[in-house]
Write a protein that binds this ligand. Structure first.
Ligand code: BES
Ligand code: MN
Ligand code: MN
Length: 463
């Protein structure tokens, strides 16, 4: 491995410059204004795979943005690792809260990244983490150290629900055949506390529309006599949690898998400081479901959150209006055995049931995704744990994550392969927020650790 490491050290600067080039491209999949940029980013990823030495590199067209595919088959009898990642990013707004342009990457030092971090949208989620794999692959190939076959599948619609990836998986199951899926699109506890993400929550996402009178009304002439849909929506939303932080939708918890006391105990032994957590977020108290710790609330328990709410007059000054409509976007994070389709249906039924006669409600489902738990007793976990031990000098801690990567459940269902989530981001890296960043330490450590995974995985698999 010394060969790989010295090759990587020699190319360090170039690795960062290339990442900068990738981060300059505004590949915002949610906003059709950026269509050209998203496609150009796919081209960039394609070229970078070709330059790194991959074969059969192509853009696989879908109904949406293309999936970048590439492979290196050194020996069909050896195991195959398939790397998944995404080249699309979240919209950067609110723009005014960025200290530097979201698509003008710069390196700045932070408290948790004393060696510097790259600030840009997508730096951590997922361009920086995805590109580590391209560079790790390049360094293995260049030094004749690739121990197994590799396939790459880098999509451009993860941030909008990966709708076109499922048909792609079904139609290309043979081409994508592999022994394990390797993903860096999650986090770890701290730069000196490596961890491996062993689960993701599912997602059910809906938009609701509440309609009162057929037009906006003068709030003096009609106020007091007609229900205000914003008042009604607020009340309905408030009723979705009880005083213990439980979600009140009937049957919502019925299928939630029970986590054993033993597992919960282990989970809570992970290093975590509530004081630090509150300090970082500048809050005086945490909140959540009674009977569970913050670590549990954000991983093994389902949640319901309003992501946005609007209606009425929000312009400058005051306008006295009783609006006709009110809207909200609501997401529910799901845990094992909950099904996003079922939960969406339960939400819809409940929301319609609690609506007073004074309004009409409409519930429109957005994307969903199923929760997953990735086993910590398989060889892919063992290989990842050994790799972390090699480069961090410490055994990593298994920890279930709270975010969602909807396609992971389908890798198992459609391709029948397990996934290993080897993420190098920190929760404080501000993904999806202004000033997203990714530590230089994390970027280079990832590039260094990935080849060890390949080596251990190939060894364990062949045994
Ligand atoms: N990479 C994240 C998910 C993630 C981040 C999982 C950190 C665990 C730790 C991914 O890009 C993401 O943002 N997913 C979305 C869901 C998607 C359907 C928009 C999410 O979790 O909100
Ligand atoms: Mn991501
Ligand atoms: Mn994301």
């Amino acid at each position: 491995m010394q060969k790989v490491k010295s090759y990587q050290d020699k190319n360090k600067e170039r690795y960062l410059e290339e990442l900068f080039d990738l981060l300059r491209m505004p590949s915002i999949s949610a906003d059709s204004k950026y269509k050209k940029d998203v496609i150009q980013t796919a081209e960039f990823v394609k070229d970078s795979l070709i330059k790194a030495g991959a074969d059969k590199v192509e853009l696989c067209q879908t109904k949406g943005y293309p999936i970048v595919y590439g492979e290196k088959i050194i020996d069909p009898n050896l195991p195959t690792v398939c790397v998944y990642g995404h080249y699309d990013v979240q919209p950067p707004d609110p723009l005014e809260l960025w200290e530097s342009g979201p698509f003008e990457p710069v390196v700045k030092k932070t408290e948790l990244h004393p060696d510097g971090a790259v600030f840009a949208r997508g730096a951590c989620d997922d361009k920086g983490q995805m590109y580590m794999h391209v560079k790790a692959f390049e360094s293995m190939l260049a030094t004749d150290s690739l121990p197994c076959n590799v396939k790459f599948m880098i999509e451009g619609e993860e941030e909008v629900g990966s709708d076109n990836l499922e048909p792609f998986l079904r139609e290309n199951a043979e081409k994508l055949a592999c022994d394990v899926i390797l993903i860096s699109d999650t986090g770890m506890i701290a730069n000196d506390i490596p961890s491996i993400c062993t689960g993701l929550r599912g997602l059910s996402y809906v938009e609701v529309e509440v309609t009162g009178p057929n037009r906006d009304l003068h709030s003096g002439l009609y106020g007091g006599g007609v229900a205000n849909p914003i008042n009604v929506l607020s009340k309905m939303i408030a009723s979705l949690h009880d005083e213990n932080g439980h979600i009140t939708i009937p049957e919502f918890y019925d299928s939630v898998a029970v986590v054993s006391d033993e597992e919960r105990k282990a989970m809570n032994e992970a290093p975590f400081s509530l004081d630090e957590y509150k300090k970082h977020l500048d809050i005086d108290a945490v909140d959540g479901e009674k009977g569970y710790t913050t670590l549990e609330r954000t991983s093994i328990r389902p949640t319901l959150d309003v992501n946005g709410i609007w209606g009425g007059y929000i312009g400058e000054g005051a306008k006295t209006v009783l609006p006709s409509k009110a809207y909200a976007k609501i997401s529910m994070r799901l845990v094992p055995k909950q099904s996003s389709e079922e939960i969406t249906a339960l939400f819809q039924k409940h929301f319609e049931a609690i609506a007073p006669d004074t309004v009409k409600v409409k519930v429109s489902p957005h994307h969903g995704g199923e929760p997953v738990v990735t086993p910590s007793d398989g060889i892919e976990y063992q290989a990842a744990a050994m790799a972390f031990k090699d480069t961090f000098g410490k055994d990593p801690i298994p920890q279930r994550g709270g975010g969602s990567i909807p396609i992971v459940a389908l890798f198992e269902e459609v391709l029948n392969v397990k996934t290993i989530l080897m993420g190098f981001g920190l929760d404080s890296d501000a993904i999806h927020s202004p000033n997203e960043h990714y530590g230089l330490f994390n970027y280079y450590k990832g590039i260094e650790t990935i080849p060890y995974f390949y080596k251990h995985y190939a060894d364990l698999k062949v045994k």
